[in-house]
Structures are given as structure tokens and as C-alpha cells.
Design a protein around this ligand. Structure first.
Ligand code: PGA
Length: 250
């Protein structure tokens, strides 16, 4: 059985006091009977605190990004070793906001993925088409090339450390969600693409999350689809009741 995962990407939100409030609320409300693995990704400055606060719970902490180099003169950046050093074992890479606003390319992501894997970290690898790609019916080829160019250099064993997050850019933070059928269609395509490039076994085992305006009122029907193994949640993860409701919808 594939692992079900619900991850909250808090983006550049919540200062320390707000982060602590959110974490303690989450600790009280998250049900240990949730079928999903729960992950939260606070900002870099609050990661250490989150690891500490969530100790003894099942909730994991992820970073939202990471630099590809081991260390050195990269002002303002954070390395894999630094994340590991504070107990962060998972990193989100390739989020569409990183690609769009910070110029992250497939080639850069190759390096980031390699560094994360070298440090035995798990990677939540994000990708997805823009609106014009979908309108021009190019969404499958865009997604295929993002996977091929950013991820398909890894060896078969490394897939154990990979979680995929399909996030159509037009659905992120817009209130516009892919329909459950659109999500399923793309997730099945992604799995098939992996099966062709690697093996059916690897394709069957990898968790593929959907992200883009997932809310308590649409989570259940999206998560019910066969190839959707949970979600990467932005806006709705900042409200504990919404996030917990989404986590229970898996
Ligand atoms: P959203 O963000 O849920 O606010 O659309 C999803 C994401 O960016 O991961």
C-alpha cells in the first residue's frame, strides 16, 4: 500500500509566536488515527522550534527549500547539513513559487535533489503546468519534461526517498482547483511515465500528492481518486481546523 501523506506548506507566513500557537493547536487536534502521515513546513527560522515542539508526535517537519551546495559563500542560504543538524529530514524542492520567483530551473533542481539524497533526506518534488500549458493542451508534455529533466536522473533505489507533488500552477492560491477527474488523469499519467522510465513497481510505490487550493470541502473527493495519495496544502494549512479536516479526508 502506498503511503498517504498530507503536508502543510506554510510558505512565508507565521512569526515565532504564531508558529508556536499553530503547532500547539495542531498537537491537540490532530488525530493519531489519521490514516495519513502529516508533515508541516514552517519557515527556516522556525524549523528548529517546530522540531522541538513536535517531538514525541507523529507529525514530521519539512523545509520549504534548501541550497544545493554543501557549504560556502552563499549569503542567505541554508544547506542540507544545517537542516539535518536540527532534525529536519524532509525538504520540499521545485515548488512553483521557487521556479517562478527565484528562477529555479530543472538543472538546478537536479543538483538540489542530488544533495538532498546524498544527505539521506526525503524530497517532496513539486511540479505542474501553467494555465497556458493546459489551455494549449500541453500539460502532459510539460509535466513529463519537468520530471525527466529534474528528477529522472536518480537511480531506482532513490525513489524510496521521493514523494511527488503535482501542483498545477493555475490552481495554487487561486481558489481554482483541478477537478478530481483532472487530478486523477494527470496522476495516472505521472505514474505511467515513471513506470516507462523505471519499473511498474517503483511507479506503484511512489506517493503522488495533489496540491492547489485543496480545502476541507473538496479534499475528500480529490483524495478518493485512485492515484491521488494525499495533498500538499498551502493556504488551508494555516488554519488548524481546516488542515485537520483535510488530513482526516484521506
Ligand atoms: P494552496 O497552495 O493550497 O494555497 O493553493 C498549495 C501549494 O502552494 O503548495
Amino acid at each position: 500500500m502506498r503511503k498517504k501523506i498530507v503536508a502543510g506548506n506554510w510558505k512565508m507566513n507565521k512569526n515565532l509566536a504564531e508558529t508556536n500557537a499553530l503547532l500547539s493547536d495542531l498537537k491537540t487536534k490532530i488525530s493519531s488515527s489519521s490514516k495519513a502521515e502529516i508533515i508541516v513546513a514552517p519557515t527556516f527560522v522556525n524549523l528548529s522550534n517546530a522540531v522541538e515542539k513536535l517531538e514525541g508526535t507523529e507529525v514530521k517537519v519539512a523545509a520549504q527549500n534548501m541550497h544545493q551546495a554543501e557549504n560556502g559563500a552563499f549569503t542567505g542560504e541554508i544547506s542540507a547539513d544545517m537542516l539535518k543538524g536540527i532534525g529536519v529530514e524532509t525538504v520540499i524542492l521545485g515548488h512553483s513559487e521557487r521556479r517562478a520567483y527565484f528562477g529555479e530551473t530543472d538543472q538546478l533542481l537536479v543538483d538540489k535533489v542530488d544533495t538532498a539524497l546524498k544527505h539521506n533526506m526525503s524530497v517532496i518534488f513539486c511540479f505542474g503546468e501553467e494555465l497556458q500549458d493546459r489551455k494549449s493542451d500541453n500539460h502532459f508534455s510539460v509535466v513529463e519534461s519537468q520530471l525527466q529533466n529534474g528528477l529522472f536522473h536518480i537511480n531506482s533505489e532513490s525513489w524510496d526517498s521521493i514523494v511527488l507533488a503535482y501542483e498545477p500552477v493555475w490552481a495554487i492560491g487561486t481558489g481554482e482547483t483541478a477537478s478530481p477527474e483532472q487530478a486523477q488523469e494527470m496522476h495516472a499519467f505521472i505514474r505511467n511515465t515513471i513506470a516507462k522510465a523505471y519499473t511498474q513497481d517503483i511507479a506503484d510505490k511512489v506517493s503522488i500528492l495533489y496540491g492547489g487550493s485543496v480545502k476541507p470541502n473538496n479534499a475528500e473527493e480529490i483524495f478518493a481518486k485512485q492515484d491521488v495519495d494525499g495533498g500538499l496544502i498551502g493556504g488551508a494549512s494555516l488554519d488548524v481546523d481546516s488542515f485537520v479536516a483535510i488530513a482526516s479526508a484521506v
